[in-house]
Design a binder for this molecule. Structure first.
Ligand code: ADP
Length: 309
């Protein structure tokens, strides 16, 4: 199957309640998510990311449109489409009366996973909670609770794993552990991963493909590398060997002398070639000890796409 998720013409209007007017959260969203990808769903607050995820997970009813999950139309095969997807929610809503092992057994029961197919210990091991299998839930730290939420999302062996802001407010160690787990699930089991994140650097590092949504509409969807290539600006950083003379740069190139002694030349790729920059550096009598380039970051792309006036 080439697409794990296919969304067509998705609309969602939340009904108002007398005091608040109805809210059109998704206007006409088309989105396909390739099987086996780590896919980032990005956008400013209120863009409609959670609404999209919750509709995919069967937690929010759409107003119009089609959603196919693992080839199953949500409206035609609701049970199969739900079984194909596991969601790690944002909130730490865990029942305090269950141990991690108990919570996974209950979850497996809810999804109708037969006893013989349950992999409770394997899953707890995967998220690093094996030694806490029978601990009281109230003794679990915030980080452990989050790992338990990830474990719960995996009990029914879904093809698609959805993570809603999985690393918001978690420390670096836990974040790295979560990402290691997610990468492993993607690589070893071919699981398709969909995540929302506020950390653009994280999306840039983790995601093969990215969709940016804004105000209930798709703004852009592309491979991460292509998205970064859309911005034309690039910086060449020269580390001079010894004293650096004044550079007379080609038109449109910005020269910045950085405190560490390096010289940053920012240019538009469509306009200036790297040889021209090197020539200008040599004309200034500078010997180049080292050179590197800095690409546009996802943050630059995001700002340029979501703050169009
Ligand atoms: P995001 O996850 O990108 O921050 P959401 O999907 O949560 O965006 O919200 C999209 C819009 O829909 C926002 O304007 C939000 O206020 C509104 N919204 C979300 N959930 C509800 C709800 N249950 N009732 C009414 N409006 C909602």
């Amino acid at each position: 199957m080439s697409n794990a998720i296919e969304i067509e013409g998705l609309r969602k209007t939340y009904a108002g309640d007398g005091r608040t007017p109805p809210k059109e959260a998704l206007k006409n969203l088309d989105l396909t998510i390739p099987t086996g990808s780590i896919f980032g769903l990005l956008g400013p607050n209120g863009a409609g990311k959670s609404t999209t995820i919750n509709i995919m997970a069967g937690l929010v009813r759409k107003s119009a449109g089609h959603v196919r999950i693992w080839g199953f139309d949500q409206d035609v095969n609701p049970r199969q489409s739900r079984a194909a997807i596991g969601v790690m929610p944002q909130e730490l809503n865990l029942d305090p009366f269950f141990s991690p092992a108990g919570a996974l057994e209950v979850q497996a029961g809810l999804y109708g996973v037969p006893k013989a197919d349950r992999r409770t210990m394997e899953i707890l091991d995967l998220v690093g909670l094996a030694d806490k299998a029978d601990a009281y839930a109230r003794t679990l730290s915030g980080g452990m609770r989050r790992r338990l939420l990830l474990a719960k999302a995996l009990v029914h062996h879904p093809h698609i794993l959805v993570l809603d802001e999985p690393t918001a407010g978690v420390d670096i160690e836990l974040r790295q552990m979560l990402w290691r787990n997610v990468r492993r699930l993607n690589r070893d089991r071919g699981m398709t991963i969909i995540l929302t994140t506020h950390y653009l650097e994280e999306a840039q590092e983790m995601c093969d493909e990215i969709a940016i949504i804004g105000d209930g509409e798709l703004i852009v969807r592309d491979r991460t590398a292509n998205l970064l290539n859309r911005l034309d600006g690039k910086t060449m950083v020269i580390v001079p060997d010894g004293e650096a003379g004044a550079i007379d740069p080609p038109d449109g190139v910005e020269v910045e002398h950085r405190p560490d002694g390096s010289i940053a030349l920012t240019y538009m790729r469509g306009r200036t070639g790297p040889e021209q920059l090197i020539d200008a550096v040599h004309r200034a009598g500078i010997t180049i000890r080292d050179v590197r380039t800095e690409e546009a970051s996802l943050e630059d792309v995001f700002v340029s796409l979501t703050h169009r006036d």
